[in-house]
Design a protein around this ligand. Structure first.
Ligand code: R7I
Ligand code: MG
Ligand code: MG
Length: 349
């Protein structure tokens, strides 16, 4: 594919922050009229509103921990990452964390902890969380390492620090795979893109733990693969309503109901849409469309932003949006360091 250029790394990490900050406005809303989305986005162009007025939430707070840990350890280190998650939570507990994950973060802050994966295993009566909190922070793994097998491995482990249910951590694997492929230009051929994701997830979801969790939760045998097939069906249709996307793919807090949705947002917005201004870049369309779905808008826009940003690059992001969002400048700086790590990793890391 296309060499992974610096612009793509910057686009991915910055657009993830923008999705979180801008999407926070509609988090939990059941219906979001397109006029409300456009009003919100047009407001970001207002010069007087610059300098990070839109605060980031847990999505970005935890992504920053992943980035800092990968950079400072020059690779994946579960103890360092667990420590950073715990420290970040105790410094800023009000970032809108999921109600379950807070218990894990409190346990991880104990100095006596030996097995950093144990608190996550204790969640939800020992089944572990299937929330999207592992997936929302998965993009940096794809930006740190060029090797696909390694990206899958560390995305899974990074998620398992808080999400031990396979429907949680496999959502993170899928999100990291999508960013990995996008970074290499794979979205130039959208049908091949989705086929490659299906091939990879077929293998991921054939593991014993995944098959068992899917059975217990009464999902399809391979739940993420099933959703990816639904995406392919939706892509082949000439017109798809917001309601259909929500009923086919979901817009909720479970990884299964949000990671495939984010991927669909990116694919759907590759072409111009009549609901958006002609001047909009594909990245602006993707964020706008993610918000219009309602539900877990900060997280869906964050994940879609990372995938789309890796495709379009930093040039597709309006400066006025960057100025409005807390942490966007930091993400831009960090993306440059991840780009360095990626290109010097043997497998890498
Ligand atoms: O997944 P998590 O980190 O939450 C992330 C979300 C994002 O939208 C953020 O923007 C933020 O708003 O929160 O946090 P968890 O607490 O692990 O999971 C989120 C929620 O999913 C839980 O509070 C539960 O409501 C639900 N959930 C489950 N419910 C029943 N059984 C997750 N796993 C289970 C389960 O096994
Ligand atoms: Mg959030
Ligand atoms: Mg959210």
């Amino acid at each position: 594919g296309v060499p992974a250029s610096l612009s793509r790394f910057r686009g991915a990490l910055v657009a993830a922050v923008l999705g979180d900050c801008i999407g926070g406005e509609f988090e939990g809303a059941e219906e979001v009229p397109m006029e409300s989305v456009m009003q919100h986005l047009n407001g970001l162009d207002d010069e007087t509103k610059g300098n990070g007025i839109l605060e980031y939430s847990d999505d970005t707070a935890m992504t920053r921990c992943v980035v800092q840990s990968l950079l400072s350890r020059a690779g994946f280190d579960e103890h360092d990452l667990a420590h950073r998650f715990a420290k970040e939570y105790s410094a800023s507990p009000g970032r809108g964390y999921g109600s379950g994950v807070v218990q894990v973060l409190k346990k991880l802050s104990s100095p006596q902890i030996n097995d950093v994966y144990q608190p996550a295993r204790d969640q939800f009566n020992g089944r572990g969380s299937f929330g999207n909190g592992g997936a929302m922070r998965a993009a940096p793994f794809a930006l740190a390492f060029p090797d696909l097998a390694h990206v899958k491995k560390v995305a899974r482990l990074g998620a398992m620090l808080t999400h031990s249910c396979s429907l949680g951590y496999n959502g993170a694997v899928l999100q990291a795979l999508a960013v990995h492929l996008s970074l290499q230009g794979a979205l130039a051929l959208p049908h091949q893109f989705i086929s490659r994701l299906i091939t990879e997830m077929e293998e991921v979801e054939s593991e014993e733990a995944a098959l068992r969790d899917a059975r217990i939760l009464k999902e399809a045998e391979k739940p993420f693969c099933e959703r990816l097939h639904r995406i392919r069906d939706l892509m082949d249709r000439s017109k798809v309503s917001i309601e259909e996307v929500i009923s086919e793919l979901g817009n909720g807090i479970a990884a299964l109901h949000s990671v495939p949705t984010a991927i669909f947002c990116v694919l759907h917005c590759l072409q111009p849409q009549e609901s958006f201004p002609e001047s909009y870049s594909g990245l602006e369309r993707t964020i706008a469309y993610s918000l219009a779905l309602g539900g877990d808008t900060d997280t869906i826009a964050c994940m879609a932003g990372a995938i789309a940003g890796a495709h379009y690059g930093i040039e597709a992001i309006p400066q006025s949006w960057i100025r409005c969002c807390e942490g966007a400048d930091d993400a831009d700086v960090n993306a440059k360091w991840l780009h360095v790590l990626y290109h010097k990793s043997p497998q890498g890391g």
